[in-house]
Design a protein around this ligand. Structure first.
Ligand code: TPP
Ligand code: MG
Length: 424
């Protein structure tokens, strides 16, 4: 026996082993979520907006829910919204779904290279946009198109960005769906996951330094919480009591990795708040009223200098990660249907019907109208071209907007690129 062979040493000790998380269900399995603890709607206490962070910690393992099984709004988190606001949220959520379906199809028709849907998550961005002030700044990931829709950003402008055509305000420099619009309080989406979280905290700190009253909201997925940026953001947020709302959209998946790979088997994402000493809430993300109430609470808390809040929205990514993904390779095809928190659009619609403020006929009419609206926007956008038609006419612009004064070597590369495109 060689005394240099580590496997042969100290054999009386237990052999070390790692745990590699595996999702509970794989293709071919029957998904069964009956072991998930889903508290009854209305069951969660609602602390005062100025409560100490520790007074929220019980909520990090609970679930704030407002809509009950009879589609009524119940409990202390009921935001008591008027029916016009509820109908506007429903309309925005349906718009997002119709838009997603059209753009998914456009990608399959070869009109663009890439698209990402947010199916099943529509309530989260739409209700958050409704709950905060129009002047507040969002730092989104790629799955919050509902923020732009709820804030009235033109659908045609979104589509022009997706087609990278002549109407694209970002001039083809961003991947399709990576919008940016300061006027609508929508910070540029970054392809590098997680960067928007510290940026949201920094913007909120700057707002406070300037003596402003606007707050920021940062967005991140469950998978991206495993990035260092998530933790840097929380450290800055707690140290400086930054006026920011920080949202983790836990849709159970990060492409083909399930949430356990980001640590969900050990603690909820909302529980991360405890280690940093900030307020934390865990919220039913498929319940538009619960989302609204939680974001309103956290927004008012930030606005009144009572500190940041980490909110986990518990939801399910009902479709593929993007047009490049096929989820049937890693999860059962019917898993979304088995998800116990239902569909956010169906739930808000049923609530409005239960209130006597909506009916099936009006819903069908609205769906037809929104389909026509989205098709008309698409027609307008396609007049300005689709992605594969984009040539190299304006290739020189690719080198602009990086430096205030273009260095000579970049100018040289630009001139060479222009010359080459003309020679082709
Ligand atoms: C720094 C970085 N690492 C990896 C990727 C590749 N990537 C893009 S999306 C994604 C999954 C993110 O999942 P999650 O954060 O849960 O958000 P979701 O897509 O579910 O909304 C990965 C790994 C990336 N874009 N940036
Ligand atoms: Mg995810």
């Amino acid at each position: 026996m060689s005394d240099k062979d580590p496997s042969k040493l100290k054999t009386n000790r237990p052999q070390l082993a790692l745990h590699v998380p595996e999702p509970p269900f794989r293709p071919g399995d029957t998904p069964d979520f009956s072991s998930l603890k889903i508290p009854a709607a209305g069951d969660a206490a609602r602390p005062d907006v100025a409560a100490a962070p520790a007074d929220t910690f019980a909520l990090t393992t609970h679930l704030v829910r407002v809509l009950d099984d009879q589609h009524r709004a119940v409990g202390p988190w009921d935001p008591k919204l008027d029916s016009d606001t509820l109908r506007k949220m429903l309309r925005d959520m349906v718009t997002v779904r119709v838009f997603d379906d059209r753009m998914y199809r456009a990608q399959r028709q070869g009109k663009t290279s890439f698209y990402m849907k947010c199916t099943g998550e529509e309530a989260i961005a739409v209700a958050a946009a409704t709950a905060l002030d129009r002047e507040d700044m969002h730092f989104p990931s790629y799955r919050q198109q509902g923020l732009l829709v709820a804030r009235g950003y033109p659908l045609t402008d979104m589509m022009c960005q997706i087609y990278s055509n002549k109407g694209d305000k970002l001039q083809g420099r961003q991947l399709p769906i990576m919008y940016s619009d300061k006027a609508h309080g929508f910070f540029s989406i970054s392809g590098n996951l997680g960067t928007q979280f510290p940026q949201a905290v920094g913007w909120a700190m700057a707002s406070a330094i300037k003596g402003d009253s606007r707050i920021a909201m940062g967005w991140i997925g469950d998978g991206a919480t495993a990035e260092g940026d998530f933790h840097s953001a929380l450290t800055f947020a707690t140290v400086y009591n930054a006026p920011v709302v920080l949202a983790v959209v836990n849709n159970q998946w990060a492409i083909s990795s399930f949430s356990g790979i980001a640590g969900a088997e050990r603690a909820t994402f909302a529980q991360r708040a405890m280690g940093y000493g900030i307020a934390g809430l865990r919220v039913d993300g498929n319940d538009a009223l619960a989302v609204y109430a939680a974001v309103r609470w956290a927004g008012n808390r930030a606005r009144s200098n009572n500190g940041p809040t980490l909110i986990e929205f518990y939801t399910y990514r009902a479709e593929g990660h993007s047009t490049s993904d096929d989820p049937s390779g890693y999860r059962p095809v019917n898993e979304a249907k088995a998800w116990p928190l239902g569909d956010p659009i169906d739930r808000l619609k049923a609530h409005l019907i239960a209130l006597g403020e909506w009916d099936e006929e009006r819903h069908v009419a609205m769906a037809v109208e929104l389909d026509a609206t989205v098709r008309a926007a698409q027609k307008e956008a396609e007049k300005l071209g689709i992605l594969p038609q984009q040539g190299k006419d304006n290739i020189g612009s690719m080198f602009e907007d990086v430096y205030a004064d273009m260095p000579w070597h970049i100018a040289e590369q630009r001139d060479a690129a222009i010359a080459e495109s003309k020679a082709e």
